[in-house]
Design a protein around this ligand. Structure first.
Ligand code: AMP
Ligand code: MG
Length: 713
């Protein structure tokens, strides 16, 4: 059950044009992303639905339209009103009587009163929000006529997670749905009528038509709607619910899991009269289909905790822990592919079109039917005309004949094989070549690269220039991507002067780390946020972190991260944040301070520029990638002979500033002193020495990790 497009309608019976809360909302989800529309009137919404159906049919796609009002009435109603116990008979009946103006004035109350007159007693319909009385429409709930139930079977099945569908009989009051039913069904009935057999209504007519209408119930996602509204102040719940529900159906459809929802749990005759909520009883499946990145999740307070008693953590274990602790923290937005370079996909990008869309020729040459050729010299008369890219030949090439064909031209009818022009001779009347030719030679099959509907790029993938070619070729014009990660960078230390070149006292040094870390963040495709420098004063550091937590999604600090007297950052994070100091068995690098400050992750790097760089490359880069919605990143190194000697002790991993000499051997910076900043620029990468002991002589193979492989620019 695959629908390339899903539309979810939140209907409204408002008496005048209206936008925002309690007006008509339309959520649209397709492989290209999610959007919402807010037509001010029912007539506007109806026109939009007609356009949507026409557009879908023209594109040869399928559309699921979910509407949030009852498609049927409790058993007994349809038969009493129309003589037939079928919901669609009621649709006809209502469409013939309910009127609506372009200004949103509907006569649904009068129609409800007419219906009431068909039943003994005062009901079943009741409720009137207008000052003016409508005769035969009671304001208060009357006794139900004998034989009519308050609820449908599906309203009861839809009671999940606290959701309570209201009875269709109630036309006014908080949460009432009856007026939506009476104003909405005629709109859907006209949609059916306009598109003949192309639009079917489930569960009354099956779900195989190109466009399927189904009743949906947004309250199944009420927890997610609340969370989304809390995360996006100003968003109306109506918009949130159509977006979320459309997303959930579209995702289940893309995963091939929608079929289950189209199985209703009740008897056929009840279904035909009452209908069924698509997803009733499957609330969890719908909720589970929502992308984890829709609302940025918060990191758990204890996400960086190390088990008690761990003294020194090997690098690989520290990396594995980071990998397990971090989740994407940025929100998601939808944008055109033309603006998406460097962005991380939050949802799979699914091909809207096959590549190639049609079978075509891979070369310039002559096309013909393979079956009519054999071995030895072949002479095939040429048909008039030719096939070129963008200029298809619309005739038929008979068996035994050939046609001039150019690269990229769609194979005309009768052609399944092409011979290269260099392998033929022609006198203008016929083409001659040596057989046999391989079947389908020099042709490209439709969809041989990617078929429509296939996942072209998966969520988590960062878009690079070549990906733009792929997405564009597949007709994907919009993607849902993670918002760029905002990386705050803060330097600490009484000795630091933040302004390059500013007057300095003998005991002061210029801030080297902040420009470096901001540069790394920018080079990795993130949004660098300069949080400046603060002195070693807990109150100032706290204020800077407060500012950082509102402006950035993650904060990198440098300096003060160890456990000594002057290590104010770790002290502050320990007392006011949720610090975990990881003593990592590596050189250079003292403890890595990991914490949450007001829910925002803080990565406390060593103050030493050499150690700060190494820690940022080894730990910071993969951590930021996960926070940004991307995949875990490991630098790709390679083995080269050493051009140096060194005896390395067991028990810690070492990173040396290194570059390749003319012979391709790794030479290392003369001094391992971690204050030697010039070594960072001298180097073109790092040599990584394993945790175990190692005796290195010239020629011993060592692992070289070029700066490039860390994305350093
Ligand atoms: P700390 O981690 O604060 O103990 O600092 C270790 C060393 O790194 C000290 O020599 C600091 O002066 C130096 N340092 C700290 N922050 C910076 C910085 N932003 N730029 C250059 N050096 C720094
Ligand atoms: Mg310091």
């Amino acid at each position: 059950m695959r629908f390339q497009r899903v539309a979810v309608i939140d209907w409204s019976a408002a008496a005048r044009p209206k936008r925002g809360r309690d007006s008509v909302w339309l959520g649209l989800a397709s492989d290209a992303g999610v959007s919402a529309e807010n037509p001010p009137t029912r007539a506007g919404a109806e026109a939009r639905l007609h356009a949507l159906v026409a557009d879908t049919l023209a594109a040869g796609e399928r559309l699921l339209i979910g509407a949030d009002f009852a498609f049927g009435f409790p058993t007994g109603f349809a038969g009493a009103v129309t003589g037939a116990a079928r919901a669609l008979a009621v649709w006809d009946w209502l469409a013939a009587r309910v009127t609506d103006t372009a200004g949103n004035r509907s006569n649904y109350r009068q129609v409800a009163a007419t219906l009431n007159r068909l039943f003994p007693g005062d009901g079943p319909f009741w409720g009137n929000g207008e000052r003016l009385d409508t005769p035969d429409l009671p304001r208060l709930k009357p006794a139900l006529p004998p034989g009519l139930a308050e609820h449908r079977a599906t309203d009861i099945a839809g009671r999940e997670g606290g959701a309570r569908p209201k009875p269709v009989w109630q036309l006014a009051g908080a949460g009432a749905v009856g007026a939506q039913v009476l104003t909405g069904l005629p709109v859907l009935q006209r949609l059916r009528a306009a598109f003949g057999g192309k639009v079917s209504v489930w569960p009354f007519e099956g779900a195989e038509a190109p466009v399927v209408l189904a009743e949906v119930y947004p309250s199944l996602l009420s927890a997610e709607v609340r969370a989304m509204c809390a995360a996006h102040p100003g968003l109306t719940p109506d918009e949130a619910q159509v977006r979320l529900l459309a997303t959930a159906f579209a995702t289940l459809s893309a995963r091939g899991q929608l079929g289950d929802l189209f199985r209703a749990a009740t008897a056929a005759e009840v279904l035909a009269e009452e209908g069924w909520i698509l997803g009733a009883g499957h609330g969890m499946a719908l909720r589970a289909a929502l992308p984890a990145t829709q609302d940025p999740p918060r990191l758990r307070d204890d996400c960086f905790a190390m088990p008690q008693g761990v003294q020194w953590v090997p690098v690989d274990e520290a990396l594995a822990r980071l990998r397990g602790a971090l989740v994407p923290v940025t929100g998601v937005d939808e944008l055109p592919v033309s603006r998406a370079l460097g962005r991380v996909l939050a949802r799979d990008a699914v091909a809207r079109r096959s590549n190639p869309p049609q079978a075509n020729s891979a070369v310039d040459g002559y096309g013909f039917a393979h079956a009519a050729t054999g071995s030895g010299p072949q002479r095939l008369p040429l048909v008039n005309g030719r096939a070129a890219a963008g200029q298809p030949f619309d005739g038929v090439v008979p068996p035994g004949a050939a046609i001039r064909i150019l690269t990229g031209a769609i194979l005309p009818e009768g052609v399944d094989c092409v011979v290269l022009e260099e392998d033929c001779a022609t006198d203008g009347a016929a083409v001659v070549f040596d057989g046999p030719v391989k079947p389908r030679a020099n042709t490209r099959r439709a969809g041989e690269d990617v078929v429509a509907g296939a996942v072209a790029l998966t969520a988590g993938h960062r878009l690079r220039a070549p990906d733009l070619a792929l997405l564009s070729a597949l007709g994907i014009d919009r993607v849902t991507a993670c918002r760029p990660l905002r990386v705050g960078v803060l330097s600490t230390g009484d000795e630091i002067v933040s302004q390059p070149g500013a007057p300095v006292l003998p005991h002061q040094i210029y801030d080297a780390n902040r420009p470096m870390l901001l540069g790394l963040a920018a080079g990795w495709g993130y949004e660098p946020v300069d949080l400046g420098h603060v002195r070693d004063d807990p109150r100032r550091i706290a204020a800077a972190l407060d500012r950082g937590a509102t402006r950035a999604d993650v904060i990198l600090t440098s300096g003060g991260a160890s456990a000594g007297d002057e290590d104010h950052v770790s002290h502050l994070l320990r007392t006011q944040g949720t610090l975990s100091s990881w003593r990592i068995a590596m050189k250079p690098g003292r403890p890595l301070a990991l914490a949450l400050w007001r829910g925002v992750p803080v990565i406390g790097l060593p103050g030493n520029p050499v150690a700060a760089l190494v820690c940022a490359l080894i730990f910071g880069r993969p951590a930021l990638s996960l926070l940004a919605g991307g995949s875990w990143q490991e630098a790709r190194g390679f083995s080269v002979p050493a051009a140096f000697s060194k005896t390395k002790k067991a028990g810690r991993r070492e990173y040396l500033r290194a570059r390749l000499d003319e012979a391709g051997r790794a030479e290392v910076f003369a001094s391992e002193g971690s204050g030697r900043i010039s070594g960072l620029s001298w180097a073109e990468g790092l040599v990584e020495l394993p945790d175990a002991a190692m005796d290195i002589r010239p020629g011993t193979l060592v692992r070289f990790l070029p700066y490039d492989s860390f994305g350093v620019i």
